[in-house]
Design a protein around this ligand. Sequence first.
Ligand code: GLU
Ligand code: MG
Length: 474
Amino acid sequence: MARPRTQARKPAARSTMVKSKDRATSTPAARRAVLKRIRDEGVEHVLFWFTDLEGHLKSFAITPAEMEEALNDGMGFDGSSITGFNAIEESDMVAIPDPATFQLLPRPVDEHGHELGSKVARMICDVVTPDGSPYEGDPRYALRRALGRMREMGFDAFNVGPELEYFVFEDDKGTETIDEGGYFAMTAQDAATEMRNDTIAALESVGIPIEYHHHEVGPSQHEIDMRYSDALAMADHTITYRLIVKEVAAWHGYYATFMPKPLYGENGSGMHTHMSLFKNGRNQFFDRRDEHHLSKTAKSFIAGLLVHAREMSAVLAQWVNSYKRLVPGYEAPVYVAWSQRNRSALIRIPLYKPGSEQSTRAEIRCPDPACNPYLAFAALLQAGLEGIEQGYELPEPMETNLYRLTAEQRQERGIIALPGSLGEAVDELAGSALMERALGSHIFPRYVELKRRDWDEYRSQVTEWELRKYLAAL
Ligand code: GLU
Ligand code: MG
C-alpha cells in the first residue's frame, strides 16, 4: 500500500532529526526520467531492493502502473519478517526508491541470441517509517549517517574499491569444483573464462564498470574488480554484483558462492577493500613530502582502522565460517598491523606510482564478500574518521612476514591478532561504543544478538573432525 505524500514528506519530529542531505529524497525531474525509461524500454516489472541486517537482498516487484505513486510516496511493506527489522507491533515500513539506481537487469539469451524472460528493472530503496523519517534499522541509513559525519568533518567523498572473490561449484549441494585453475590461470585450464566474460558484460550492462578480473589462487575461484566509487553507490553495486555473479553462473548451469571459506586447505574468498577520502575532487590521503606518500589524514584514518579492527571484525567478517578464512598461510590477514608490501598485514598501502596521487589509498584485507556492504563501509568509515578526529598516531609499518613471527616476537612488537572466532568477535563488538554509534541504537543490539545466536548454535555442534580425532582415542 502506498502512503500519501504529505505523510512521507513530514519532517522527523524526534531527536533523530536528519539533515536534508542524509534523507531519502529525489527530485521531480529524476522521478519523471525513471517513468520515461520505463515507458520507452517497455519495462514489465520494477524490483524494489533493500537489505536486511546481514546483507541479504530483499526485493518486491511493482508494476509500471503503480510506479508514479511509488516514486513519489514510496511503497509500504510489512517489515516484521525481515531479519533485524521491527517486530510485528511496529512493522509498517516504507521503501523509497532512489531514482539514481534505476537499472534494467540483464537477461539470459537463447542459442539464437534472443533474450529470455520478462523485462525487469531494479531500484535500490531507502527504508523510512510511515512518518517519513529514516528507519534506524535500514543498513543503507547507517552508511548515510557515516557519510554525514564525514561531510561535517569537511570531506566530500569516501571512495571505495572492494575486490570480491568467489568460488564456482557444480551446484549448491557440495563443493565440486569446475576447474583446477590457479592464480591468473589462462583459458586452457580455466573452464569458467566464458562465464566470467558473460558476468562482466552483465555487470557493465547495469552500470558497474569493471577494471580487472582473473582466476584466483583456489580451484574454481575468481575475482572481478569494480572500478572504485563513492561508498553508497559502491554498496549498491556490491549487492547487485553478488546477485549477477550468482545469476550468470546459474545460466551456465553452475553455482557461485561468496561463502568465505568453502574449501579446507585452500585460500578463502576475501573482499579486500581499498579506501580514500576526497575533498573538491582531490585525494586527501596523498602527501608528496611523506616517505610513504601518505598525508596526516591518511595516517590517522589508518590508525583508526587498526585501533578499532577487533571491534569491527564481526561487521566485516560476520559468519562463523569467516574465521576459518582468517588463519595463517592463505593470504588472509591475521594480525593487526599495516605494511606497504606485506600481504599478511591487515592493512596494505598499494605501491605509489609517480603521477598516481588520486589513487593513493589504504587496503584493508579482513572483510569477506559475505558481509553486509552498507554496514561494512559504515564501520570502516566511522573507524577511520574516529582516528582523524581523535588524532590517532600511526605506528611504524611492519614489513616482515607476520605469519613467521613467534608469539613472543609478536608480543615484543605489540602486534595483536584479529579475533579468532565469531564468538570472540561478537564479544569485542558488544563492548564497542564506536560500533554502537556506527550501527545505531536499533541495529547494534539486534546485530549482536543475531551473531551471538549463530555462534552459540555453532559451538555446541559435534563436528566430523572431533569424531575422527577423539572417538577411537578417548
Ligand atoms: N583469497 C585471499 C583472501 O582470502 C586473498 C588473495 C589475494 O591476495 O587476492 O583474502
Ligand atoms: Mg584476490
